[in-house]
Design a protein around this ligand. Structure first.
Ligand code: AMP
Length: 399
C-alpha cells in the first residue's frame, strides 16, 4: 500500500465546505458516567483545530463501547461532547439522535455556520455501522462535502463510518492517522538497522501473524511475557505452572527454525521471576529457566535477562515493541517491562510502541515522553505489524 500517496487533511480547501470527521472517542467511562482518560479526545484536537481555523463546518462522529446496534443511554457521546467543548473552549453542538442521522440532524447541520462544530450520536447505535451498510454510509456522507479519517483505532475495521462513507465523498487522513502511518509505515518499509522487535503479552496465538511477518524484516526478536514459556517448552525446558499453549509448541519450534534460517537472532529469557499466585505482595523468587519449580509460574523476566534485553535494545536503530514482558499491571512483576521502556528511552534509535496493553505499560513506566511514537490503536497497530493493509486507510482518496 503506498501510504505516502494518500490525501491528508491539508489537501483540501474548506471554504464553504462541511467536513465529516471520523474520530476515535471510544474513551473509558467510569460507572458514574465520568470519562476516566481523555487521551483519545485530546489526540483528535490538532485535526479539529486545523479544520476550524480553516473555516470548515465540522461534523464529528465516533463509536463508543459496544451498544450492539441499539441506542443505549450508557453509550451516549454526550459526555464526550461536553469534554470536547471544555478542551476547545467553544460550543460543541451535540446532535443527539438515536438514528444518528435523521431529517432533523440534517437540518441542524444545514443551519450550522462555517467554523461551527457538532458531534453526532454513537455510530454503533445503528447496526448497519459494523456491517458497513451502504444506506447508513450514504446517510453519513449526505451531511458533508469532504470526509476525514482521524480514527486510527478503527482503521483495521471496515465499517460504514470509516470505509463505507469514503465511496461517497472525497477523503483524506487526519493528522493522527497520518502520523501513525508515517512513523510505523516508514519504519517497517525501510528500517534503520539494527532493527529489533520486542514481543510479549499473554499468548502466542494473538501474535503469530506479527512474529511471522517481523521475522522476515528484523535483525533481532526478543521474546518475553506469557508467550515466552511456550517457546521455552519447545526448547525442552520444564516451565512449571507458567502460561502454556500446548497446541502452539510445534509452531514455536517452527518459528525458532525459521529465525535460524533467516539469520534472525531470537532471544528468550535465561532467568525469570516466579510466584505461586498472580497478586501483589505474594512471595517471589528469581530462578534460571532450567530450575522453574513445578508448582510456580513465571510472571516476569529475571535480572540477567533484563540486562541482556536492555543491552541489545540500547544498540537498536529501529525498535518496535508490542506486549509487556511480565504481568506489569502488578508492580512486583513490572521490573522487566519497565527495563524495556528505559532501554528504549535511552537508545538513540526510532522507538515505536504498539497500542493497547503496551501503551498502558509504557505510560506506567514513566518513559512515554521519550518514545518516538506510541500508537493509539491496539488492534490496528498489530495488524500493521502483521503487514496487513488497513481498510480504513486503503479507502482514502489517492493524491
Ligand atoms: P497482550 O494483550 O497479548 O499484549 O497481553 C498483555 C497481557 O499479558 C497483560 O495483561 C499481562 O499481564 C499478560 N502477561 C504478561 N506476561 C505474562 C506472564 N508471564 N504470564 C501471564 N500473563 C502475562
Amino acid at each position: 500500500m503506498n501510504l505516502i500517496n494518500k490525501k491528508t487533511v491539508k489537501d483540501f480547501n474548506y471554504k464553504d465546505k462541511t467536513v465529516v470527521v471520523r474520530c476515535d472517542f471510544n474513551v473509558p467511562i467510569a460507572s458514574d458516567g465520568e470519562i476516566k482518560d481523555d487521551n483519545r479526545i485530546t489526540a483528535s484536537i490538532p485535526t479539529i483545530k486545523y479544520l476550524l481555523e480553516n473555516n470548515a463546518k465540522v461534523v464529528l462522529m465516533s463509536h463508543l463501547g459496544r451498544p450492539k446496534g441499539e441506542p443505549k443511554v450508557e453509550f451516549s457521546l454526550k459526555t464526550v461532547a461536553d469534554r470536547l467543548s471544555e478542551l476547545l473552549e467553544r460550543d460543541v453542538l451535540f446532535l443527539d439522535d438515536d438514528r444518528v442521522v435523521s431529517e432533523d440532524v440534517k437540518n441542524k447541520v444545514k443551519d450550522m455556520k462555517q467554523g461551527d462544530i457538532a458531534l453526532l450520536q454513537n455510530t454503533r447505535f445503528r447496526k448497519e455501522e459494523e456491517e458497513n451498510g451502504e444506506e447508513f454510509a450514504k446517510e453519513l456522507a449526505s451531511l458533508g462535502d469532504i470526509y476525514i479519517n482521524d480514527a486510527f483505532g478503527t482503521c483495521h475495521r471496515a465499517h460504514a463510518s470509516n470505509v463505507g462513507i469514503s465511496s461517497h465523498l472525497q477523503s483524506g487522513l487526519g493528522f493522527l492517522v497520518e502520523k501513525e502511518v508515517e512513523v510505523m509505515g516508514k519504519s517497517l518499509d525501510s528500517p534503520e538497522r539494527p532493527f529489533i522487535a520486542i514481543l510479549g503479552g499473554a499468548k502466542i496465538s494473538d501474535k503469530i501473524g506479527v512474529i511471522d511477518n517481523l521475522i522476515n524484516m528484523v535483525d533481532t526478536i526478543i521474546i518475553g511475557g506469557g508467550m515466552a514459556y511456550t517457546f521455552l517448552k519447545a526448547e525442552g525446558y520444564e516451565i512449571g505452572n507458567s502460561l502454556l499453549e500446548e497446541d502452539k509448541i510445534e509452531l514455536a519450534k517452527k518459528l525458532i527454525k525459521k529465525a535460524e534460517a533467516e539469520d534472525v537472532e531470537l532471544i528468550l529469557p535465561v532467568d525469570i521471576i516466579v510466584a505461586k499466585e498472580i497478586k501483589d505482595n505474594t512471595e517471589t523468587k528469581e530462578v534460571s529457566i532450567s530450575e522453574i519449580p513445578v508448582d510456580m509460574m513465571g510472571l516476569d523476566i529475571g535480572s540477567k535477562t533484563r540486562e541482556i534485553f536492555m543491552e541489545k535494545i540500547k544498540k537498536g536503530k529501529t525498535i518496535v515493541w508490542n506486549g509487556p514482558v511480565g504481568v506489569s499491571e502488578i508492580p512486583i512483576f513490572a521490573n522487566g517491562t519497565n527495563g524495556i521502556a528505559k532501554a528504549m528511552a535511552e537508545s538513540d534509535g526510532i522507538t515505536i510502541v504498539g497500542g493497547g496493553d503496551s501503551a498502558s505499560a509504557v505510560k506506567r513506566s514513566g518513559f512515554v515522553e521519550d518514545m518516538t511514537h506510541v500508537s493509539t490503536g491496539g488492534g490496528a497497530s498489530l495488524e500493521m505489524l502483521e503487514g496487513k493493509i488497513l481498510p480504513g486507510i486503503a479507502a482514502i482518496s489517492n493524491k
